[in-house]
Design a protein around this ligand. Sequence first.
Ligand SMILES: NC(=O)c1ccc[n+]([C@@H]2O[C@H](COP(=O)([O-])OP(=O)(O)OC[C@H]3O[C@@H](n4cnc5c(N)ncnc54)[C@H](O)[C@@H]3O)[C@@H](O)[C@H]2O)c1
Length: 242
Amino acid sequence: MGGIAVLGDVDLKRAQRAADDIEKAFGVRTGAVRLDVTDQRDLVGVVDAVERDYGAIDILINNAANDPKVGATAGQEFSRVENFSLSAWENDIAVGLTGAFICCQVIGSRMAARNRGVVLNISSDLGIVAPDQRLYAKVGLSRDQQPVKPVTYSVVKHGIIGLTKYLATYWADQNVRVNALAPGGVMAAQSEEFLDRVNSRIPLGRLARPDEYKAAVAFLCSDASSYVTGAVLVADGGRTVW
Ligand SMILES: NC(=O)c1ccc[n+]([C@@H]2O[C@H](COP(=O)([O-])OP(=O)(O)OC[C@H]3O[C@@H](n4cnc5c(N)ncnc54)[C@H](O)[C@@H]3O)[C@@H](O)[C@H]2O)c1
C-alpha cells in the first residue's frame, strides 16, 4: 500500500529473507534490521538508524513472540504447569509482552510526539480463549507427560490485548491509534492427526492460509480504520465463537 516494510528480528537472516520475499512479490521497498525487542538500549539505537535511513516510523507492528510449534516434543517448550520453569516463564513474557511494551514505549512515544501513528499488536485466538489442550494430546503418554500449549502463551496473548486497550486510550488525544489482531492458526507442516482435530473445532473447517491476514493488517494500519482504536479484530475462521 505504498509503505516501506522494515522487518526487525533477532535473527537477521530470517528478517532479510522475508524482506526479500516481500520485495519480490510486491515490488515494494523493504528493509531488514537485527534487533532484540527485549533490549531497550539496543532498540533505541536501531530505531534511530531506521528513522535516519527510511524516515519517521508511521506504523509499528508488534509480532515477535515465543510460539512453540505443534509437533515439538514434550519437554522444555511444551511444558506442563507443574514443572514449567521460571526461566521459561520470564523469557516468554520478556519476548512477547515486555518486548511489545518496549517497542510501544520507544516507537509509539515518538509517534505521539509527532501527533501521528498506528500500532498493531499481534495477539492470537489464544488471547481470547484458553487453549484446548486435547488438541496436543499424544496417545500412549500418561497425563503428566502430555504436551501442552504453555501457560505463558495465554498470558502473553491476553496481556497484549490489555496493553492495546491501555495505550489506545493513553495516546488517543495524540492521534496514535492502537489495535490488536487476533489471528487463528496458520497452515504449516502440521500432522494429519492434528489437522483433523483442530479443523473440527473451527467453523470454517480449516486453518488459515498464510496470506489471509494481509487485508486485516492493511485495514488496521491504514486510514481505512481511522475511527478504530483499542479494538481486537478476531480473524480465526470462527474458532472462538464455538
Ligand atoms: N503461526 C500461527 O499459527 C499463529 C497463530 C496466532 C497468532 N500467531 C502470532 O503471530 C506472531 C507471528 O507468529 P509466527 O508463527 O510467524 O512466529 P515465528 O515463531 O515464526 O516468528 C517469531 C519471530 O520472532 C523472532 N523473535 C524471537 N525473539 C525475538 C526478540 N527478542 N527480538 C526480536 N525478534 C524476536 C523470532 O526470531 C521469529 O522470527 C506471533 O506473535 C504469534 O504468537 C501465530
